[in-house]
Design a protein around this ligand. Structure first.
Ligand SMILES: [Zn+2]
Length: 79
């Protein structure tokens, strides 16, 4: 991994798009830790985010904390 592979968040521009996964071997996605914007694999990470962290897990109670369910992880191998 080198710095040229880093993409700034296209939504807020305040942080890097970072790989996270759902704990326990769940799906991977790119997350902006600043504004919770999400890009799923296959999404155009240079374009506006199509997803949001709070919506990844479907309808939830008001104080649901999606951060407790995810963890930072290495980038998946490029294919
Ligand atoms: Zn952002």
């Amino acid at each position: 991994m080198n710095d040229s592979e880093k993409f700034a968040c296209t939504s807020c521009g305040q942080d890097w798009q970072t790989w996270y996964r759902v704990r326990g071997g769940g799906r991977l996605f790119l997350l902006c830790p600043e504004c919770d914007a999400v890009w799923l694999p296959g999404d155009d990470r240079t374009g506006p985010p199509k997803h949001h962290l709070g919506a990844l897990f479907g309808p939830q109670p008001k104080f649901f904390n999606a951060w407790a369910l995810i963890e930072e992880c290495p980038a998946p191998p490029a294919d």
